[in-house]
Design a binder for this molecule. Structure first.
Ligand code: XIL
Length: 424
């Protein structure tokens, strides 16, 4: 196996900005819309402002990280490693707003997407750890915990997988991937999302398992196999099962929650090394569901099995809510508050991770553009009026109502015993 080393990693902020500007023109040209004219603007233009703006200080003791830590809790965020000014941090100073924001607010980081198979495995025998290594370096320099995401998922698979994987080699492919990836960062990842989204009630199986390529190639035992391989590769890491659509009292979510619970029970019964369940928490007000007693009961059932429950990908979509931006911000904040007050009251919920940190970059609203210059994909902004507002900080990295709601929920939480490793 070969891999690209970190040596080839030399992003310069200036260069990235230039690339982004090309992205704007590309966006306007390809989408046929005046991205800038519509009020869209680029991420990178606002990146520097965090430090300099005069506003309420929410850094150091006032940060989400500090308020979480005061309760024995962890606050973290999914980040894009390529956007972190690791070189600046290593030198002891960065002007980069995104880097400052991530550094000042979080106690834990998750690689938002560059640890997917698709990114890590350009070919069947080559691993590319460049991006995740960048995140690990940043985490080491800043003393952040890291959550690994994700070892087994049916999405974001590389193009070669379909033609290469078959019933004869699938087990080896799976185990080898886990040994290589989890083994490489052994002792440095606090929790691995080992298996993601393996339950899909609509696929109609009595056990609720999704008809994923892994299920079809290996059978239901692929899940246990993955956890065992992860435990072999990194015995200290906590190992998590992670899923979505299990938060509210909508009937389909209640059903899925039951099936996830049944899966967890089967895994525990077979002695599978599993320590946590991630509840993604991509919340969608306006669909008619609410998080309540059912979720609380799920968390308590997990506790009985000795499992932690991680709020692993929190954000709030406004797709189904109407209102002016300020009203939407209030709605999002109310959901943050209600949801976190419910879940953080439980002693086995030690952490909250938001899926991103600023509305300037969210998977809920983004457009992928291929940057012709360096073949990287970049994110550009979409028209202001269409914006999603799912995260604690706004486009200019100012704290939003969701920030204050999140911080207040951390303050209101009972004292938790700080999360440790898989073995204690
Ligand atoms: C999202 C990423 O944020 C995007 O960049 C990517 O294009 C699609 O996936 N559940 C998960 C995450 O476990 O990995 C997903 O992240 C969001 C849903």
């Amino acid at each position: 196996m070969t891999e690209s080393g970190e040596r080839s990693q030399k992003p310069s902020l200036l260069t990235r900005r230039q690339f982004d500007w090309r992205g704007v023109r590309l966006a306007a040209a390809t989408a046929g819309i005046g991205v800038l004219g519509l009020g869209g603007w680029l991420w990178s233009n606002r990146r520097r402002r965090y430090l300099n703006a005069a506003r309420t200080d929410v850094t150091s003791n006032n940060s989400l990280e500090s308020h979480a830590a005061a309760k024995g809790l962890i606050y973290g965020a999914a980040v894009v490693p390529g956007w972190l000014d690791v070189e600046g941090i290593a030198r002891g100073h960065t002007d980069d707003g995104y880097t400052q924001l991530v550094n000042s607010q979080t106690g834990m980081l998750v690689d938002e997407y560059t640890s997917y198979w698709k990114w890590l495995r350009p070919t069947p025998d080559r691993f590319n750890f460049k991006s995740i290594a960048r995140l690990m370096r940043f985490a080491e320099l800043t003393g952040k915990r890291v959550r690994g995401h994700v070892l087994v998922w049916h999405e974001a698979m590389p193009g070669w997988f379909q033609s290469v994987a078959n019933k004869q080699n699938a087990r080896e492919l799976l185990v080898n991937h886990i040994h290589t990836v989890a083994g490489r960062f052994k002792g440095r990842i606090e929790t691995w999302d080992v298996v993601n989204e393996a339950i899909e009630p609509m696929d109609g199986r009595p056990d609720g398992l999704r008809k994923s390529p892994w299920l079809e190639l290996i059978g239901p035992e692929y899940i246990e196999m993955a956890f065992r391989a992860a435990a072999e590769a990194d015995p200290q890491a906590k190992l998590a099962y992670n899923d979505y659509g299990i938060e509210t009292n909508l009937s389909r979510e209640v059903r899925k929650r039951e099936m996830v619970l049944a899966l967890l029970q089967r895994l525990k019964a077979s002695g599978t090394p599993i320590h946590a369940v991630g509840v993604q928490s991509h919340l969608w007000p306006g669909l008619g569901g609410e998080a309540g007693l059912g979720l609380q009961e799920f968390i308590r059932e997990a506790a009985k099995m000795g499992l932690e429950v991680h709020i692993s990908e929190l954000d709030v979509s406004c797709m189904r809510v109407k209102g002016k931006p300020a009203e939407l911000d209030e709605t999002v904040a109310r959901i943050y508050g209600d949801y976190l007050n419910l879940v953080l009251a439980e002693p086995n919920v030690p952490l909250v991770i938001t899926w991103g940190i600023t509305d300037a970059h969210t998977w809920l609203q983004s457009a992928w553009l291929l940057n012709a210059a360096d073949k990287r994909r970049i994110w550009v902004k979409i028209a202001e009026g269409l914006r999603q507002r799912p995260l604690p900080f706004d486009n200019d990295f100012n704290p939003k109502p969701a920030f204050w709601a999140l911080r207040a929920a951390l303050d209101a939480a009972p004292q938790h015993s700080t999360a440790t490793t898989a073995n204690g």
